[in-house]
Design a protein around this ligand. Structure first.
Ligand code: ATP
Ligand code: MG
Length: 430
């Protein structure tokens, strides 16, 4: 006996009711991005593995243990399913020299792949909307990106998403802080867990981001990066905050917000909700001024963020957004050989006129076809028998109201349907 094949764990099918809600969300997102001058870009889902190692950092969660990497069996090339979009986007921008004359505002949307433990809000194939502004030194563009997020939450009617920001300063400032942090954490070596010990000399900043409750008090008392920022970094951070205040947008400075990717500097931010359990971060981003050069380009400042679509849609659904199954305008039923061929022409003619038409396929009794018509949600049925086909006419039958059905000449059908649907009783309504 054969077993039923299943999708890979943590990789979800998005079924029609859901997929239509996704499409509504995607349409909204496209309009929102256009409103800020962002243009779309689409990158491949597979990239050479070294791109991610170089961009995201060797000692990050993503590169150390979350990437789907494999060897191309035909040419031996090391490849990886993209775990995020920023590295690919910067690679594409450099490859096609998109920054040659002006800065760029770019966005993309699509699946990302990370080998994590699947749970609510955390999947192995998940989807992001990514937004990248390249060639802008900020802080205006940082603040604009944060404010545009708030606008999307408003457009979606999402409440209770709170903003946290921090500044990671520049690499020299982080180096000084790092030395002090290692010294401090070494003094608490007895409390550190295995992961923290391993990170102590590779990526100690990430220890501050630990989810282990036993480490919280040590982390609370650790030297704060913000106390190490020089004048220029503080000025940038103040600039962002001033614009947020001008816009009346509340925020919290979270000194432990360090982000899981190495490429960030200066401003970092996260949007967090307490309504999704442990996976409460719906959007995260910040400045990554070093990345373009790190990937081989001339230095260019940059700032971006990514939103987790599954998490946002879970919130959107929880706050009362249900998808209504779309109904066609017309369901066409038919009985008889000539009628079936005529029905095809009638259905296409109605589609030419701009109506959404479901043509009954698969035969069946008149009664069972009418049941389907009813279930389709269409307000109107077009009924065709061989005698109608012979006369080049159809019967138009309202399905939701108690109005009489009537015969209509095929070439007057589109007008009659329009009159019925749009309530123009005077010329041709039923
Ligand atoms: P987390 O701390 O939750 O692992 P992250 O810092 O790894 O998040 P980013 O790389 O910043 O996440 O990705 C941006 C956003 O993408 C996250 O805020 C989240 O909404 C979403 N996201 C990240 N990983 C997943 C996943 N495995 N499943 C679903 N959404 C995810
Ligand atoms: Mg993660």
């Amino acid at each position: 006996m054969s077993t039923t094949l299943q999708a890979i764990r943590g990789m979800n099918d998005i079924l029609p009711d859901d997929a239509e809600l996704w499409e509504e969300f995607e349409d909204l997102v496209r309009g929102w991005l256009a409103g800020y001058g962002y243009r779309p870009i689409r990158m491949p889902m597979v990239e050479p593995t070294p791109l991610f190692a170089r961009a995201i950092g060797e000692v990050t969660d993503i590169v150390e243990k979350e990437m789907y990497s494999f060897t191309d069996s035909l040419n031996g090339e090391p490849l990886t399913l993209r775990p995020e979009g920023t590295a690919s986007c910067v690679r594409a921008v450099l490859q096609h020299n998109l920054l040659y004359d002006a800065p760029r505002r770019l966005w993309y949307m699509g699946p990302m792949f990370r080998h994590e433990r699947p749970q609510k809000g955390r999947y192995r194939q998940f989807h992001q909307v990514g937004v990248e502004a390249l060639g802008f030194a900020g802080p205006d563009v940082d603040a604009e990106q944060i404010l545009m997020c708030q606008r999307l939450w408003d457009d979606l009617g999402l409440e209770n998403i709170k903003l946290e920001i921090n500044s990671l300063g520049q690499s020299e400032e982080r180096a000084k802080h790092r030395a002090d942090l290692i010294a401090y954490l070494s003094g608490h070596a007895d409390i550190l867990d295995e992961e923290a010990k391993r990170r102590l000399h590779t990526n100690p900043l990430r220890i501050l981001d630990t989810k282990n409750p036993a480490l919280q008090s040590v982390v609370e008392g650790a030297p704060k990066l913000i106390d190490y920022l020089g004048e220029a970094s503080l000025k940038h951070f103040d600039g962002v905050q001033q614009l947020l205040k001008d816009a009346g947008l509340p925020y919290r400075i979270n000194p432990r917000l360090v982000r899981g990717l190495d490429y960030y500097n200066l401003t970092v931010f996260e949007w967090v909700t307490d309504q999704l359990g442990a996976q409460g971060t719906v959007c995260a981003g910040g400045r990554y001024d070093g990345l373009v050069q790190q990937l081989g380009g001339k230095p260019q400042p940059a700032c971006g963020f990514a939103m987790g679509i599954e998490r946002l849609l879970a919130l959107w659904r929880d706050q009362g957004n249900q998808h209504e199954k779309p109904a066609p305008d017309i369901y066409v039923v038919h009985q008889g050989e000539a009628a079936a061929r005529f029905a095809f022409r009638v259905a296409e003619g109605l589609r030419d006129a701009g109506f959404a038409v479901q043509l009954h396929c698969g035969g069946g009794s008149f009664k069972s076809q009418m049941k389907r018509a009813d279930a389709s949600g269409a307000p109107l049925a077009v009924i065709i028998g061989d005698d109608e086909a012979e006369a080049n006419e159809v019967t138009l039958k309202p399905l939701r109201e108690t109005a009489e059905q009537r015969r209509v000449a095929a070439d007057e059908l589109a007008d009659a349907v329009g009159a019925w649907l749009f309530g123009d009783e005077e010329d041709g309504g039923l």
